[in-house]
Design a protein around this ligand. Structure first.
Ligand code: NAD
Length: 350
């Protein structure tokens, strides 16, 4: 369906700006930092660029604009009140949302109908980059519908956490056609260091979900080992240093260690009462994505299922940990141990 002339006329000035305009939808822990890097580097390269931010929480957009303008007083930045407005304004639209329901609603109710309403040549020059971690099936369906409008789309979930987002050192795992990957590359390189084309639509997400399956399991076992070490009287810094230089080394022990003062000179979320990292609720979501995928693929996931169950129990039994970094699973285990309780993993039986 094409738009009414009146609506097109109203948005004509915005449409003229589309090629040099970049919209970012979802300014949460990750999106805020990613948008900041993208916009500041793009602004340094072309000062006539226009930036648009959009979040369901208006204060998130206002806060972003204020901070951005403080650092770049001459920058052109505005707030879109909906994904529809963001798509009308910009040829490049990046989304960073919690998960499948939000991506479905932002694309199916906002971005895709807007692309359908645009003149064909404008839809054709639009690029959508979704960096959310979500269900592969949902992402593929959304991408198929975007492609049908003539626009291009990649799934580009990230690895590297809030620290990587802030430093601009994220790894992007990209799914989509070769041509969409090439279009997305320059924008992704403003926000990350490693940009890997994993395959067709959904492949970036497949890789991301496999990575987080490993990470989710690892963080629990690191919590178990650090707690056991503590009971054995080991200094947490000594134990962290031994494991970091031994075969048990992994990101969860050497970068995201859950025990305060275990990583001298580093500042993992446990040093800030587990604030500011990757929320336990999001890790539970990712473990669910992995267990769903494995049941569709017919592969066994005994540790993944156990980990999903444990993160679920963390949130049920200690809800305040749901928004804290997922390394707080250590705190959950510690609390249980102090209360003399055991963790019961409830496997589903056939
Ligand atoms: P977050 O919850 O902090 O941010 C999500 C943002 O999206 C919020 O600002 C929210 O208001 C906004 N939002 C929700 N619905 C919206 C809508 N309909 N329209 C516009 N905005 C909307 O989450 P996050 O930590 O930034 O994570 C985002 C994604 O990145 C998730 O899929 C997560 O799994 C993934 N991820 C997170 C990390 C991390 O360390 N936080 C690391 C890697 C990947």
């Amino acid at each position: 369906m094409r738009p009414s002339p009146r609506r097109l006329f109203q948005s004509l000035d915005r449409l003229a700006m589309r090629p040099k305009s970049y919209s970012f939808v979802g300014l949460g822990r990750m999106g805020y930092e990613m948008a900041y890097n993208l916009f500041s580097k793009q602004h340094a390269q072309a000062s006539d660029s226009h930036f648009v931010v959009c979040d369901v929480v208006p204060e998130a957009s206002q806060n972003f604009c204020q901070n951005f303008l403080k650092q770049f007083p001459g920058a052109q930045i505005s707030i879109a009140t909906s994904p529809e407005e963001a798509t009308l304004a910009s040829q490049t639209v990046i989304t960073m949302l919690p998960s499948s329901p939000q991506v479905k609603s932002v694309y199916n109710e906002g971005i895709i109908p807007t692309l359908r309403s645009l003149p064909e040549e404008l839809a054709r020059t639009t690029l959508c980059i979704d960096s959310t971690t979500l269900d592969v099936d949902v992402a593929r369906t959304v991408a198929k519908n975007v492609l049908q409008t003539g626009a291009q789309m990649v799934d580009a979930p990230v690895s590297g956490g809030v620290t990587g987002a802030k430093a601009g050192t994220l790894a992007f795992l990209v799914g989509g056609s070769e041509s969409a990957f090439k279009l997305a590359y320059p924008f992704l390189s403003f926000m990350g260091m490693k940009i890997i084309h994993c395959g067709p639509s959904g492949a970036g997400l497949g890789a991301k979900i496999c990575n987080n399956l490993i990470l989710g399991v690892q963080q629990i076992v690191v919590g178990e080992a650090m707690l056991l070490g503590n009971k054995l009287g080991l200094d947490p810094a000594v134990l962290a240093s031994v494991v970091s230089s031994s075969t048990g080394n992994c990101w969860s022990i050497s970068t995201n260690n859950p025990v305060p003062n275990s990583l001298p000179g580093k500042s993992p979320p446990c040093e800030r009462d587990y604030e500011g990292g990757f929320a336990t609720g999001l890790m539970l979501k990712d473990m669910g994505l992995a267990t769903n995928l494995s049941s569709l693929a017919g592969t066994p996931l005994p540790l993944g299922e156990a980990a999903e169950c444990i993160y679920n129990q963390v949130i049920q039994e200690q809800p305040t940990l749901g928004k804290k970094d997922f390394s707080s699973v250590y705190q959950y285990l510690k609390n249980l141990s102090e209360e003399g309780k055991k963790v019961r993993v409830r496997y589903e039986t056939e």
